[in-house]
Design a protein around this ligand. Sequence first.
Ligand SMILES: *Cc1c(COP(=O)(O)O)cnc(C)c1O
Length: 231
Amino acid sequence: MSGSISQRLAEVKDRIAAACARASRDPGTVKLVAVSKTFPAADVLEASQVGQTSFGESRLQEAQPKIEQLPAGLDWHFIGRVQRNKVRKMLQLFGTIHGIDSLKLAEHADRVAGELGLKPKVFLQVNIGREESKGGFDPQEIVGQRAQLVGLSNLRILGLMCIPPAGPDAESARDWFIQMRGLQDEISSDFTDDFRDLSMGMSSDYEVAVEEGATIVRVGSAIFGGRDYGA
Ligand SMILES: *Cc1c(COP(=O)(O)O)cnc(C)c1O
């Protein structure tokens, strides 16, 4: 991968705009979350200096010192697996949580948010490919539990989120994204007006996700470069 963070960011934005044009969508309806997990705070700062404001992190322990040393006012998204015992700290650091993966966890987050006097934005994670290895609501389960979910008044449920099954190319994700869109359409009228977002699409498939209705794409390596998770 070549170029600077700002050049790659500009390229990702161009590609999002092109995907919007292909789908006759307004590019203003797609938010880019730059996934900075494993990358240093200096990289986030560099991206923020060219206008990027939304960032995604997947581990609380790694994110906390970064968030605390960076300028206030950035829009932080937690995109990793949510551990119940870390919800309190998470809600204090992140404005949006993408990985609410069960009714039980949603109820817990609602209770903690109430205690903190916060109204966090959350996404319900759907295990769209029904994979053993992944967390998330089963698509049928979310339909059955929607009444209880809507009742959680301390949460602003923005919509659904997924990580589709791995495939050989971006095109192989398309059908999963279409299914997500269908599920969103099926249940949205039961939720509040907040419920209108679809968080889907990563470096390998965000253009397809945008063509199929994503309103939030979570893109890391295409902006910051390859990741080294260490030993
Ligand atoms: C790491 C991660 C991303 C970004 O992945 P890239 O392939 O680097 O774009 C997006 N979403 C989730 C949930 C992630 O864990």
